[in-house]
Ligand binder design. Structure first.
Ligand code: ADP
Ligand code: NA
Length: 324
């Protein structure tokens, strides 16, 4: 059995990009692998958070994990800050990484753009992420395309440590989907769908009401040539909607474009509204059923205990190999 690890930040507005790029994979992988899914709250404090809001968002993501079909009997679900090994290993890896390689991370460049001085946590974020992954001897990391560079630096650090000390870490691989790995913003298909964009119609959040889903999709940016065709370069808006349609319905893009041959964008969007509403309905229902329960907290407690058992072993091995 392979070990799978991934995480999502508790920063609100979990959207279709998060779902189709990452979360859907979490569910698919849990039958054949040993899966560990984390709510990465330590990552979220790289930017300022309101404590009350953060506490709410942590439980929201935990409830969403279960709502989309992550089964706590099969997978371990826990909150990152409940397992101290993440922070501990992060420091040890910090001492085995270089400012040069961190400076090349495009996410850091984007987030620190225009500032003379950026929060140190934003800069060292990829090291904490490497610690998250290496702490569990992870084989596979299911993530969206925007995480490719971070997976690469994680591998580099792990290989570096293995060469310098005794074999210490398992070298992980990223897992990226063909359709869904990069869902674009609905109002601007040149940037990725994100939690933080000001325009709420740029994204569909998993808990959006039907009316909001309809509004956001019907006003999504397309183009003026009127043909429903998959061509991300020249028709990024339409292609993005086709990717969403395909990933949510399970139909291939070829079949969808054949079905809608000769139709206008309006008809296609109306169908996409229906497909999206139908996909999100059970998630919203499950969320309402689980969010306020004591069971949710029990699952997180048991998850942290299981995760901690694995983490402690890794920390022990690392300390031993490093002479600590
Ligand atoms: P965000 O990037 O939205 O702040 P996270 O950093 O918590 O969210 O990412 C959670 C997962 O969702 C990661 O695996 C990330 O690669 C994936 N993801 C985020 N945005 C998108 C997107 N627009 N399309 C596909 N996957 C995405
Ligand atoms: Na991200």
């Amino acid at each position: 059995m392979k070990r799978v690890f991934s995480g999502v930040q508790p920063t609100g507005n979990i959207h279709l990009g998060n779902y189709l790029g990452a979360l859907k994979q979490f569910v698919e992988l849990q039958d054949e692998n040993e899966c560990i899914y984390c709510i990465v709250d330590l990552h979220s404090i790289t930017v300022p958070q309101d404590p009350k809001e953060l506490r709410k968002n942590i439980l929201d993501v935990a409830a969403l994990y279960l709502s989309i079909g992550i089964d706590p009997k099969k997978s371990t679900v826990f909150v990152q800050s409940d397992v101290s090994g993440h922070s501990e290993l992060s420091w040890i890896l910090t001492c085995n990484s270089y400012t040069g390689e961190l400076s090349r991370m495009t996410q850091f460049k984007d987030k620190s753009k225009g500032r003379e001085s950026a929060p140190t946590g934003l800069f060292t974020y990829p090291i904490l992420m490497a610690a998250d992954i290496l702490l569990y001897d992870t084989d596979i990391v299911p993530v969206g395309n925007d995480q490719k560079q971070h997976i690469e630096i994680c591998r580099d650090i792990a290989i570096r440590v293995n060469n310098k000390y005794k074999d210490t870490f398992v070298i992980p691989d990223g897992r990226f989907l063909k359709t869904g790995a990069r869902i674009m913003a609905l109002d601007d298909p040149s940037s990725k769908m994100s939690k933080s964009a000001e325009n709420i119609h740029s994204r569909i959040s998993l808990l959006d009401e039907d009316n909001k889903i309809k509004k956001s999709i019907m006003r999504a940016t397309t183009d003026s040539d009127g043909e429903i065709r998959f061509d991300p370069e020249n028709k990024p808006g339409v292609s993005n909607l086709l990717s969403i349609y395909s990933a949510l319905s399970g139909k291939s893009i070829e079949n969808i474009t054949a079905d809608f041959a000769g139709c206008g964008y309006g008809d296609f969007k109306k169908e996409l509204v229906e497909v999206t509403k139908e996909a999100l309905l059970p998630i919203k229902k499950n969320f309402n059923d689980i969010r306020e329960t004591e069971e949710l907290k029990n699952i997180l407690r048991a998850g942290a205990e299981k995760a901690n058992t694995i983490a402690e072993k890794t920390i022990k091995r690392v300390k031993n190999n490093f002479g600590l």
